[in-house]
Design a protein around this ligand. Structure first.
Ligand code: AMP
Length: 378
């Protein structure tokens, strides 16, 4: 057996550990099973969606015994962004973790994240750290109104933030959020929200998926159009340059997502997610290689797969409840993903990807799916 064959055979059946076992872990696991990998997930919730796909260790992320079990894997990754950095650092002493604790630490704090963007020349909305009422008043004086006040940590799906349009709003928001360290950002009158997903392998190979367009409601992602319609070559290039700078700076391995606001022909960075991302779910049916497979290829040092879109497509999140599967699947080229979670208001319980040969047909199919979904309680 030559060295190349030895490398290949050692990947076959390789054991991958994953911190977090939500729907992202489940889809990572499904891609991993195709590659013949064994997966062990760690999650405090015994009902986690990825438990149906691989071994599930139910314990806190800081549980020493559970981390020990995970450390036996060839490589460890995470699908949940709020895993304690200390747990990842502890694992790094014993095993290979991709992406590492550095990227996680930056992404967990909106201030470090935006400071990192700024240091790399990546444009962001104006921002200021806020730790007291006088600091908020002073920051508002510089940033102006409207502005967005956010907790620096543990904010997701629009939680932990308030738009400020008046001093009265500022008082109410500070009352609600002021116990935690905060960041004040200028409110961006964006034309649309975009995101880009890129992947870098442990061998340094990099690939970017096309820019996609995202629609949020109440801070929760509802719809992604992939590729984003009407993107100019300079805009696409600017987005890939931004994310490539981040990948290099963080010595990143795996899939990274960057959320952006488009204002005219300018892109402002909002946040990164150091993991597979909801705005990349379309890649399962819509791209040559899914973000989940590419993440696994990247962390295992395998060649990356092509990231081009196969046709115009859309991803619709299912929030709160299940639609009638027969109605969804009657729409041509629609694909239903159900995460096996108990329906609950505001909860992402599944998604639909729909493809079409052209933009007009896609718009018709999306409208039909939105009509089916709109009858559900969310
Ligand atoms: P985030 O948790 O930072 O991703 O924010 C959730 C959503 O709030 C974003 O997807 C935007 O729709 C909106 N948002 C966040 N920050 C800003 C901002 N600075 N200006 C305008 N809208 C924002």
């Amino acid at each position: 057996m030559n060295a190349r064959q030895a490398g290949a055979s050692s990947i076959l059946g390789a054991h991958v550990g994953v911190l977090g076992a939500g729907q992202l872990g489940r889809m990572l696991g499904l891609a991993g099973r195709e590659l013949g990998l064994q997966l062990t997930f760690l999650d405090p919730n015994a009902e986690s969606p990825a438990g149906a796909i691989g071994e599930l260790v139910v314990a806190d992320y800081t549980d020493a015994l559970a981390l020990e079990r995970l450390a036996a894997a060839r490589v460890i990754t995470f699908e949940f962004e709020n895993v304690p950095v200390a747990a990842v650092r502890a694992l790094e002493q014993k095993a290979t973790v991709f992406p590492g604790s550095r990227a996680l630490e930056v992404a967990q704090d909106r201030l470090s994240e935006k400071t990192c963007f700024r240091s790399l020349g990546i444009a962001t909305p104006a921002f200021e750290a806020v730790n007291s009422w006088p600091e908020l008043v002073a920051a508002l004086g510089r940033v102006g109104m409207p502005a967005v006040l956010k907790t620096r940590r543990f904010g997701y799906d629009g939680k932990g933030q308030s738009v400020l349009r008046s001093e009265a709003d500022a008082r109410v928001a500070f009352e609600r959020l002021g116990d935690a360290p905060l960041i004040l950002e200028a409110f961006v009158p964006f034309e649309r929200e975009l995101s880009i997903i890129a992947v870098r392998s442990s061998l340094g190979e990099v690939a970017c998926y096309p820019l996609v367009q995202n629609q949020h409601e109440g801070g929760i992602l509802r719809k992604t159009l992939a590729p984003a319609p009407g993107v100019t070559v300079p805009l696409e290039r600017a987005a890939s340059q931004y994310i490539e700078k981040l990948l290099a700076h963080l010595d990143y391995v795996g899939v990274l997502a960057l959320e952006l606001f488009q204002v005219g022909e300018q892109l402002l960075a909002n946040e990164i997610a150091p993991r597979v991302h909801n705005t990349g779910h379309w890649t399962i049916e819509g791209a040559s290689t899914s973000q989940f497979e590419n993440h696994l290829r990247a962390i295992l040092g395998l060649p990356l797969g092509a990231t081009d879109a196969l046709s115009p497509c859309a991803m619709l999140n299912l929030i709160g409840d299940a639609p009638d599967p027969s109605a969804v699947l009657a729409v041509p080229d629609a694909h239903l993903h159900w995460y096996g979670k108990a329906p609950r208001p505001g909860r992402k319980v599944g998604h639909i990807t729909v493809r079409a040969p052209d933009a007009e047909t896609l718009a018709r199919r999306v409208a039909e799916l939105e009509r089916i979904i709109s009858s559900l309680p969310t």
